[in-house]
Design a protein around this ligand. Sequence first.
Ligand code: GTP
Ligand code: MG
Length: 522
Amino acid sequence: MVMRTSSIRSQDDPLSLALLPPLTESESDRQARLRREAEARRISEQIDEELKVDRRKWERSRDDVKLLLLGQAESGKSTLQKQFQLMYSPASLESERISWRTVVYFNVVRSIKKILATLEVWDDVDDGTDSQSALERQELGNDEFPVLDNVGPSVSPTVPSPVDTHPQASTSIPTKATSISELRLHLRSLVRTEPQLADRLSGGVSPAGSGKGEVFVRTGWQARTIQKGHESVVGKRLRRSVNSPTDSAKVGVPDQASGRPATSLSTLDPDPLIEEVASMLEQSQDAIRTLWEHPVVRALISKRKLKLDEWSEFFLNDITRISAQGYIPSTDDILHARIQTMGVSEHVFDVDVHGKTVTWHLYDVGGARGQRHTWVPYFDDANAIIFVSPLSAFDQYLEEDPRTNRIDDSLQLFTQICSNQLLKSVHLVLFLNKTDILKKKLERGLRVSKYILSYGERPNEYESVVNYFRAHFQQVHRRNNQNRRVLYVHLTNVTDTTATQDIIANVRDSIFRGYLKLAALV
Ligand SMILES: Nc1nc2c(ncn2[C@@H]2O[C@H](COP(=O)(O)OP(=O)(O)OP(=O)(O)O)[C@@H](O)[C@H]2O)c(=O)[nH]1
Ligand SMILES: [Mg+2]
């Protein structure tokens, strides 16, 4: 007979009543029920314990630093992210190194395509019988025309037949005298690979409203550019190389002094598309160099009729190295390679700050107008922002909206960030970036007042221009600074590793000081 403890509650509470054992419960049923109840208690306690651990984990994650990189497209956010990666997770950059080859090739092929398209607009059409086009004749007759030393190899030209349209089949070496239509024939197959390279990088995704029909990539794009076998071998070898300095020499880890890879990846599984492009580049390197150094192209550039992206120049100047067999991108190449970010990509680093390791989550966002709505969900719990503004863009207009000057857009965007209520307590850092390109533009004689009317009669010199723009950003900050927070301003060239890493260390310390202050308050 089972003794039941009766209580007012158990009799009144329908749930307790329902849970009571039946009146007819036998001794063996009672034992089984007690075992079940003990097991249920054990599971419940285990769940409670796991919840406690989870809560602790969550609390730990609240201690992590969340840093947003914000700014318009092409301002240098992803380049800055690469510098963080280089500093705090070099092994991960190493394992990606080979994937950047696809981006570099894509940048080169796209630049060649743009040069040829611009030449077409400016009429290089000839009838195939005359090696000089109308434009060439016009330009070569021009006294202002730049005289180039060292253009093309000093062997006599072997001009290919106009019907020989396959550049790989041709053994001719283009020279200064080679006409643009001949170069176009040489480079036709290479240029045709551009959409395939774009597709390899983007996975076929091209978001609407994002500007010049660029190639956008999401986090993890690297996997698409590496064959399965390739990826695992590179990943394994390069990971190991980080732990063992003796291994690094064997596996393509860059030589520290030159930043260039020490070995080729000839033993790894190739991606057929990339290998084909590599081989075309190798065979077309003379044609590319001749085109790039061609007097007509030089003249179009100097007259600003051909406006190439900054990275085009970087890669085309070094085309012999890039198109060589077994090319692996150097760290400098990776820092200059251009690919637009789509959405928000998160990068996690363990950052050692004066003996304490803190996990940092770096959010690198797409800066084109069509991408900016994706930033907002990350504002809630952000600790710090680095706002990147490219000062060299004073003579450029948004790809998404050709009426808007890029500096104006950057100031407007900075106003929105400074005045955003969700961000009012966030540690704010401003990178006035691309100072190296700004210097070059000013040296070339580009006048700021032509594009920024308010600049007026101020001297067209670096110091004066930088002070003028910096003052504008500081004014925006002052006018939208409810919480009297400090604005930390740095003049940067984020492709310069030594200088940028010093600045990152400085930013890290200032964020950490704020972090300690906050920790002391809670
Ligand atoms: N010379 C020079 N080039 C820079 C600098 N910062 C960035 N670049 C180059 O500018 C190009 C664009 O930089 P990204 O870092 O891709 O720009 P982003 O802000 O991430 O652009 P989105 O992803 O479109 O928002 C790349 O080719 C970089 O190498 C700089 O300070 N100096
Ligand atoms: Mg980016």
